[in-house]
Design a protein around this ligand. Sequence first.
Ligand SMILES: *Cc1c(COP(=O)(O)O)cnc(C)c1O
Length: 221
Amino acid sequence: MVNIEFFEKIKTQLHEKDATLVAVSKTKPSSAILIFYNAGQRIFGENRVQELQEKYEILPKDIQWHLIGHLQSNKVKYIAPFVAMIHSIDSLKLLKEVNKQAAKNNRIIDCLLQFHIAKESTKFGLSLSEAKELLKSPQYAAMQHIRIVGVMGMATFTEKEAQLRTEFQQLKQIFNALKTQFFVETDDFKEISMGMSGDYELAVEEGSTMVRIGSKLFGSR
Ligand SMILES: *Cc1c(COP(=O)(O)O)cnc(C)c1O
């Protein structure tokens, strides 16, 4: 069941902090997406390429679709014509492919570098040194069809507040380090995508600019 009351509440909370809501609609039907669309939401997040493609085809074209899950290079071509932001850049190889497919579509695609901040070993993402290596590479310097607009991370699945705060602070420090070293001259690099249904309030307190909320809006999966 969708929760419009929560939607109105979080909209107010985020508005005060100047943070953006990505409504994570994975596994949920288009009818549920349209309820939030009709309430004014335009940014939706999906984690699977095929599902994203299918929903793009049938839903209103002014929706800004964010890809938030792990992305394989060979699938970039399917979403490059329309995707608004990719949160899950975790290698130079993937970024190169996004740049190539964006060029074919005559677009510039906004991307976030995903970092591994959780204790769990299953979560994807770069380390700070890997990101620096990527940003120093001549291949990156030559890319004209991607724009790196910030960082993304997933905290450990836990209710331990101190641990969550430490992980969010870690991502904020990574953001600050990269901003200082690589993006001082541009305002484009400004997003910190962190916080989900269970931990978004902490994430916003720790500096999140973009929260990815699924189950609290759409009901459990
Ligand atoms: C599913 C998902 C979310 C949303 O999770 P909820 O706990 O349902 O809010 C956020 N980010 C990513 C990367 C996800 O895969």
